[in-house]
Design a protein around this ligand. Structure first.
Ligand code: UD1
Ligand code: MG
Length: 454
């Protein structure tokens, strides 16, 4: 926002999400495909919010309640409009007529299949409107402009946008292209959109014609430039993977700029919502699904997979740790190799160092869970909880049959199958007794050798 603009200006963002997306070859609508763990339409709605949009209107195809629901997950008060026939981008924007008619200082129109757009760029378009332009179009210089609308500029003035199919040979030589995203003066948006016809090669109502409509009324249009990468549209799975790559690079760079170390950032995969503190170390080949929080000084060793997990400060996990939703490591707690945690809390300093499954559990501070310990939390119907008190020591290869409570400071002998609660500070042994037969082995060998010779 320009600094001279002291009063916040009201903004409506219209998200066009009525695309067919047939090139995705998917049962899922195109704009619901995720990038960094969030549907593309969700990214665009969140970005519009970050650019200051007060209200969001989403234009969906017929019956696309799933797309609307995804938008509402980010903006619960988003208004949803159906575009029953796909008659062009201006026609799609007009599906939100009732929202535009409420009156805003500016109206932003964005595409749900352009997930990499940054809030700064949308804000720059809004700023152009606040400075008096009727229309601000987002432009970029295309490596290959084929297929895009071309921006016909005269200095800073945008005179028209010409679609590829309607462009003359001379106009096709222009490399400055239309990204599709646009901002309009809110007081004039309906008037401009209503004046757009469909006399063109595709018989569509082109949003791009808002520029010439404004010009016919003596109003000014401008172009705001962005990088080609930022305005990349996703139409197929190859482009989806390219968008993912860009988003991952942004997320990693933001984490490193914020004080995290990544030894091989190109091998670390984050989610849109991954929260990473200072002096966090993430070793190579780590995947963070949605909902991961790594507090200051946490360490994730190589080849670990995290989802919905939190490591408090100084906690460390891996190599080869699997932290599923609800895994929570207290300060300086440790999870070692080949350990799976699900809905399990480790108190400060607790350790599960090797080869364990700990699910639906609460492990107290400084407790030690021996190698190969398994919580038997599921009987085929319900899930049951395991509670291990602070400072308890669970011997290796123990099965904790839930619901079960091992008291604070208790010991459980290795190889136990624990089915009854253990009192604090007690020793529980729940395994076969050792039987010893002196000399049995040498007698056995002698007998076997003799029978082999005969
Ligand atoms: C549009 C622009 C073009 C620009 C290009 C950038 C117009 C007329 N042209 O062309 O100048 O270079 O984007 O990618 O705007 N949509 C609807 N309903 C419709 C038509 C489109 O919701 O009836 C939505 C689509 O889902 C998509 C967006 O609008 O999200 C753009 O539509 P698309 O058909 O891809 O426009 P292009 O022909 O690519
Ligand atoms: Mg397109």
């Amino acid at each position: 926002m320009p600094s001279h603009d002291r009063t916040p200006r009201s903004c409506l963002t219209i998200v066009l999400a009525a695309g067919e997306g047939t090139r995705m070859k998917s049962a899922l609508p195109k704009v619901l495909h995720p990038v960094a763990g969030r549907a593309m339409v969700g990214h665009v709605v969140a970005t519009a919010r970050a650019a200051g949009a007060d209200d969001i209107a989403v234009v969906v195809g017929p019956g696309r309640e799933d797309v609307a629901a995804e938008a509402r997950r980010i903006a619960p008060d988003a208004a949803v409009f159906e575009q029953t026939q796909r008659l062009g981008t201006a026609h799609a924007a007009l599906a939100a007529r009732a929202a535009i008619a409420r009156g805003y200082d500016d109206v932003l129109i964005v595409f749900a299949d352009t997930p990499l757009i940054r809030p700064e760029s949308l804000a720059a378009m809004r700023a152009a409107i606040s400075k008096g332009a009727a229309v601000a179009a987002m432009g970029f210089v295309a490596a290959d402009p084929t297929g895009y609308g071309r921006l016909l500029l005269d200095g800073d003035d945008l005179l028209a946008i010409r679609e590829q199919k309607d462009a003359s040979e001379g106009e096709r030589a222009v490399k400055t292209c239309n990204a599709g995203l646009m901002a309009m003066d809110g007081a004039r948006a309906l008037d401009l959109l209503d004046s757009i016809g469909n006399e063109n090669a595709q018989k569509e109502y082109y949003l791009t014609d808002a520029v010439e409509a404004a010009r016919a009324k003596g109003l000014r249009s401008v172009a705001i430039m962005a990088s080609e990468e930022e305005v990349m549209g996703v139409n197929d799975r190859v482009q989806l993977s390219a968008a993912e790559g860009v988003m991952q690079r942004r997320l990693r760079e933001a984490a490193m700029r914020n004080g995290a170390t990544m030894i091989a950032p190109e091998t670390v995969f984050l989610s849109h919502d991954t929260r990473i503190g200072r002096d966090v170390l993430i070793e190579p080949h780590v995947v963070c699904g949605p909902g991961v929080v790594l507090d200051d000084g946490a360490v994730v060793h190589a080849f670990s997979h995290l989802q919905g997990a939190r490591l408090e400060s100084g906690a460390n996990a891996g190599p080869f740790a699997r932290l599923r939703p609800g895994a929570h490591l207290g300060a300086n707690a440790k999870v070692g190799n080949f350990v799976e945690l699900k809905a399990a809390t480790l108190g400060p300093g607790a350790k599960v160092s090797h080869l364990s499954y700990i699910g639906d559990a609460e492990i107290g501070a400084d407790a030690n869970i021996g190698a190969g310990t398994i919580t038997c939390n599921y009987d085929g119907f319900g899930k049951f909880r395991t509670i291990v008190g602070a400072g308890a020591f669970v011997g290796s290869n123990t099965s904790l049959v839930a619901p079960i409570h091992v008291g604070a400071g208790a010991y459980v002998g290795s190889g136990s199958v624990v089915t009854k609660d253990v009192a604090p500070d007690a020793l529980a042994l729940a395994r076969g007794q050792q039987v010893e037969k002196p000399g049995w082995a040498s007698d056995f060998r002698t007998r076997r050798m003799a029978s082999k010779k005969s």
